[in-house]
Design a protein around this ligand. Sequence first.
Ligand code: CP
Length: 322
Amino acid sequence: MRNFISVHDVNNIDAMVKKALMYKASPFADKTLGANKRIGLVFLNPSMRTRISTQIAAQNLGMEPIVFNVDKEGWAIEFEEEAIMSGNTVEHVKDAAPIMGKYFDILCIRTFPSLKNKEDDYSELYINQFIKYAGIPVVSLESATLHPLQSLTDIITIQEILNLSHQTSNPKIVITWAPHIKPLPQCVANSFAQWVNKWGKADFVICHPQEYELDDQFTNGATITHQQDEALMNADFVYVKNWSTYTDYGKIYCNDPEWMLTNEKMRLTNNAKLMHCLPVRRNVELSDEVLDSPNCIVTQQAGNRVWAAQAVLSEILQNHKQ
Ligand code: CP
């Protein structure tokens, strides 16, 4: 693996999950693998979990992490080719990225979509420019359309629960849309769909109001329904997430509070585990009673971000050694 941008960069999801769970059991098993190497964590947008977990993962492998919050501390970066830079942007990614390539051995980037220009967002303009100009391995800390470290974490967490329960049959996994006050990216839902579909070990259902169809390049293979009750029936895992509209891009259409997940709805499931990538707006997306219930595994899930990042960085470092 050179870059980690999507599930397509991973040959064997089960092997990655196994590696991550090995690191969870033995965090310092490869504590010298990244010795004398530096990793840049560059944030164009806010983060808590991704920032901290990736730093810990890098340190567990002996790397020195440097965090750069471009949105708060850096010069505003221009991404458009041949831009006349007479506006707010101060330096071009063509100039900034190669310098980062000199400072770091691995470059990790978080960018968000504009939610205004679907073509730019879905071409992954920002992260692809970093890949093009940095000249070193690039890891997505969430891009315009995908959040692969989150999705790997999600599969690790599901596998961990299945291992504990000794369940060998395919679980029913449901991702259900939830209301929100702001238009949010489709990244987490796109990415979760892409990973669960490639993993191929689930009865996978995507459930949302009619106007919230996702791009079928990610969802193909899943059952898609607009009936939340029907989707939740006998589910083993319920993943709650808001996203804005994809077709008429970046809008909020229906924001019906009836789509908020409650304990009453959870009673339709097979005593399902409740997942969310966080941060979550309580009593908008999910009720307090669901988030505070013993079936809620969001803290375990967020904790596993460390092991997902460590497995990915380890793969890149091992590949780099050869
Ligand atoms: N889930 C997630 O990516 O959280 P942060 O935005 O806090 O990194």
